[in-house]
Structure formats: C-alpha cells, structure tokens
Design a binder for this molecule. Structure first.
Ligand SMILES: Cc1cc2nc3c(=O)[nH]c(=O)nc-3n(C[C@H](O)[C@H](O)[C@H](O)COP(=O)(O)O)c2cc1C
Length: 308
C-alpha cells in the first residue's frame, strides 16, 4: 500500500512524507515533548509551535475555554523564539526521520522574511509553514491572510529568503479564501494548509465579562470540521499546488473526507490534547480503511469527491 505523498512536487528539494498524517501547529509542541509518549517517527510530518523572532509570553489568562464540540484558545503565540528553537530543538529533529516544519509568524513582512532567512540551512528543519493569521500592525491590525495582496506579499518575501519548501497556512477569517489561495500560489507557495482557527468568543455571565483574557480566541475541534472541509474543497478548486487539510480531524473517516475534498495530507490538531496518540490512531485507522477498500495508493482518492 502506498501512503507517501509529496507536498512540494515542484520544489527542487521536494517535501516527501512517508504518510499523509501530520500534527497541527500549536497542538503538539515541538514534537520533542511527545517523543517519550508516542512513536513520533511514524508520523508523516510534525509542525512545531508558531515561532517568532523574539520569545513571547503570550496573552493574559484565561486562554482556553471549552465550547460545544470544540475549544477556544487565545494563547497569543507564546513561544521560545527562533534562536532557542535553533539551539535547543533543531539538533534533536536532525536525528529524526520524520520531517519537521517550523511554523513562523511575524508582525511585519520583514519579520517573516527574517525568520525564513534565519532558518535556511538549519539542519533538522525540512520546511516552513507560514502562519498568516497574525495581525498586520502597519495595516491597522487586519490579519495578513485576510487579503490576497498582503498574503501574497508575505509569501513572496518568505520564498525569496529561503531555499526550503514553503507551506502557507490560510485563515478562514476572510471573504474569499479561494482568492487568497490563488494569490499565495502565484507568489510561490509550494503547498497551502487550510485552515487556521476562525474567531470566536465565550462570555462568563456571572462576571458579565468575556471568558478569555484576550476577549476573543480561535475556535478549533469538531465544531469547525464542516467549515474547514468546504474551505479545502474551495482551495483545491482554486489552485494546483498540494493542499493540506486541517480543522476538526479526529478520526480516519474525517481525514479521508478531507482527502476526498482535495487534500494531499491532513493535520490533526485539538484532538491531540485529549489523546496524544490521536494522529497515530488516525494513521492506523486510515491504513485499515484503505486495506478494507482495496485502495492501493492514497493518491488515487485525493480529490475523489470533486470528480464527476
Ligand atoms: C492551543 C492551540 C494553539 C495553536 N497555535 C497555533 C500556532 O502557533 N500557529 C498556527 O498556525 N496555528 C495554531 N493553531 C491552530 C491549529 O494548528 C489548527 O489550525 C486549528 O486548531 C484547527 O485544527 P483542529 O480543529 O484539529 O484543532 C493552534 C490551535 C490551538 C488549539
């Protein structure tokens, strides 16, 4: 059975995964914390926490709230910063066979470019995932990924600064995700990940205040699956580069739905909080499904629901 996929077929380095199941940024740390708990080497790829130029303490507490069928988070990109990542995490990744992508995030186009340049040539880093869900400070706080022009500007700057394959991770907080996808593909994205979290909030009625310290947060988990699935379908229609599906994936059935909508790979996010083995369980169940259905090659069902 062939499970391998290439997420950067037009890049000279390629981004070949042994299987299409990845972990989503911010939900699996740096992979290193889970290495003693689960066999991380069996994953298709790991995407580490969103990383900024400087270490960041993140948003005020509380930062998590449960919702029906999901959760809200306003972590605020708490992370150790790029230098500590290169010093403390990359050397271990370099000994792994599973590729690790670094999720980068900046408050300006220059910050994204500097992060990309700094990571170029760092052993243990197989690719970049560009999180364009960050507010563009110069443009009044609107997310870079909300508009095709600003998303493309970030993509082009990152591509110019690195020789690594580049995945751009889109936000659903936009009017036309297909237009944003087309713009980033034209700007050179090797693959597109769909989606980051939509905005949401919860209110503590006894305190008469927003429950999250940051007022709003990102909604994730099964609640967003239909939204993410449709976004994958729309983006796969709009571009030719590989699409990675993300949003509410907790079972192999969910993963196969995303693949049939047009995703070449999937990311498991919030499901890992309840079960650190969630991504590996998805992989194992997917193998059983393919065997039962006599599907020889995962590629044969990519976009199956889009044909005819
Ligand atoms: C606690 C938490 C932290 C996250 N941090 C990041 C991040 O740093 N960068 C990023 O691109 N996405 C981040 N995400 C978004 C996830 O990677 C994923 O896109 C989203 O949660 C939807 O997938 P899910 O429903 O499977 O969780 C975070 C999500 C959660 C729940």
């Amino acid at each position: 059975m062939v499970l391998s996929v290439d997420l950067a077929p037009r890049h000279h380095r390629h981004l070949r995964l042994a299987n299409p199941v990845m972990t989503a940024s911010g939900t699996f740390g740096y992979g290193t914390d889970y290495a003693g708990l689960v066999d991380v080497q069996r994953l298709g790829a790991i995407v580490c926490k969103g990383t900024t130029l400087e270490p960041r303490p993140g948003n005020p507490q509380p930062r998590l709230a449960e919702t029906p069928c999901g959760m809200l988070n306003s972590i605020g990109l708490e992370n150790i910063g790029i230098e500590a990542l290169i010093r403390e995490k990359a050397p271990l990744w370099d000994t792994w066979k599973v590729p690790v992508l670094v999720n980068i995030v900046g408050e300006s186009v220059e910050a994204y470019a500097r992060l990309a340049a700094r990571l170029d040539g760092v052993a243990g880093v197989s690719g970049l995932e560009v999180n364009v869900s960050c507010p563009n400070v110069k443009a009044g706080g609107c997310e870079f990924g909300a508009r095709p022009e600003s998303a493309a500007e970030v993509t082009a700057a990152v591509k110019a600064a690195t020789s690594l394959p580049v995945v751009v991770k889109l936000t659903p907080n936009t009017d036309d995700i297909g237009a944003v996808a087309r713009a980033v593909a034209r700007a050179g994205a090797d693959a597109i990940c769909v989606i980051n979290t939509p905005h949401g909030m919860a209110i503590d009625i006894s305190a008469r205040r927003p429950l999250l310290g940051n007022i709003s947060g990102g909604l994730s988990g099964p609640a967003i699956k239909p939204l993410a699935l449709y976004a994958v379908y729309a983006v796969a229609e709009a571009v030719k580069v590989p699409v990675i599906g993300c949003g509410g994936i907790a079972t192999a059935r969910d993963a196969v739905e995303f693949i049939m909508a047009g995703a070449s790979a999937v990311q498991v996010g919030s499901a890992s909080f309840a079960n650190p083995r969630a991504a590996l369980d998805v992989l194992q169940e997917m193998e059983s499904y393919l065997r039962e259905e006599s599907i020889e090659d995962i590629s044969s069902i990519i976009g199956a629901a889009r044909r005819g």
